[in-house]
Design a protein around this ligand. Structure first.
Ligand SMILES: NC(=O)c1ccc[n+]([C@@H]2O[C@H](COP(=O)([O-])OP(=O)(O)OC[C@H]3O[C@@H](n4cnc5c(N)ncnc54)[C@H](OP(=O)(O)O)[C@@H]3O)[C@@H](O)[C@H]2O)c1
Length: 282
């Protein structure tokens, strides 16, 4: 089986290349140096002969998207649609990586895969539009929503917190936003397992199980970095206004995976223990 990873130099794309190769599949990666997915035909010949195309390329600067929504839309919606068109024309399956930000963040129980998309931010609107574009343009698609991603190959919350904790000795982190910290290697592995299982086209949630607040996660990060968790104080979202609204509740349910017999990613705390060394030492 031949795979194409689009956005292969990013945090998820880098791990996906490695994980797919580890399963013994042929895999090629392309990023902005080789292609521009916002240009029709931008993928060129790369897609020819591929069985699976995974789109990890995205505008991920959530706050900047509030003032640059048109540019974010071009990448997250138009770009995703063009990848879907190319994948469909080549007869490949398309995996589109999406986000918890397509939901409103006001729920009190895990969001189901078929729950209504009510994004409250520009980033969320553009990613929701990307989902619809992929559904419309590549019938054989898997939309995989993830959240709170961290990994060895990009800027992420654990690296920022560990560095700030070591530098400043005291931190304030919000305690009123909860979610599911998810390791890029675990998400990459889930994508391969979904494809291997010949998952029916549709929408799946690729996050760890359980949930925690950013404050609770920061305490685990600081402990893994050899610092005292007590240096992390709890604060409230209202105390630090940011351009894009943050979802208070970013917990995604995993019923679609369970229905097809694909094991969801494990509990976030156990997975963090497995990941911490690789992520913090990178
Ligand atoms: N990070 C998170 O916490 C998080 C949470 C939920 C969902 N997600 C989703 O997960 C996916 C992967 O995120 P990530 O954190 O791995 O993103 P990332 O590190 O920002 O990687 C995205 C990659 O896409 C490339 N790219 C940008 N524009 C492109 C273009 N026009 N053509 C080709 N490549 C282009 C980027 O290159 P440049 O660096 O040169 O721009 C970058 O290498 C995204 O779909 C994101 O929306 C992420």
């Amino acid at each position: 089986m031949r795979w194409l990873v689009v956005g292969s130099a990013g945090m998820l794309g880098t791990d996906l290349l490695d994980v797919v190769a580890g399963y013994g599949y042929d895999v090629v990666g392309v990023d902005r140096d080789e292609t521009d997915i916002t240009v029709p035909g931008g993928l060129g010949d790369y897609v020819d002969g591929c069985d699976v195309v995974v789109n990890c390329a995205a505008w991920t600067a959530v706050d900047d998207a509030e003032t640059s929504e048109a540019q974010a839309f071009t990448l997250n919606a138009t770009g995703a649609g063009l990848v879907a068109l190319a994948a469909g024309a080549a007869g490949a399956r398309m995996v589109q990586i999406s986000t918890d930000y397509v939901f409103d963040g006001n729920a009190t129980s895990p969001y189901p895969e078929d729950g209504p998309m009510l994004p409250r931010s520009a980033y969320g609107r553009t990613k929701a539009a990307g989902e619809w574009a992929v559904r419309a343009l590549c019938p054989d698609h898997l939309v995989v929503r993830t959240a709170w991603l961290y990994g060895a190959h990009g800027k992420c919350f654990p690296k920022t917190i560990a560095a700030a904790g070591a530098l400043r000795g005291a931190l304030q982190v919000v305690d009123d936003q909860v979610g599911q910290p998810t390791w890029t290697r675990d998400l990459a592995d889930l994508v391969v397992r979904l494809v291997d299982a010949q998952a029916p086209a549709g929408t799946y949630h690729g996050t760890s199980c359980g949930h925690v607040s950013w404050w609770g996660f920061a305490r685990e990060v600081v402990a893994a970095a050899g610092l005292d968790p007590a240096i992390v104080e709890a604060s409230a979202t209202d105390a630090s206004a940011r351009p894009a609204p943050r979802p208070a509740y970013s917990v995604l349910g995993h019923h679609a995976l369970q229905r097809i017999g694909v094991e969801p990613i494990g509990d976030w705390a156990q997975r963090w223990k497995a990941a911490a060394g690789q992520v913090l030492e990178s």
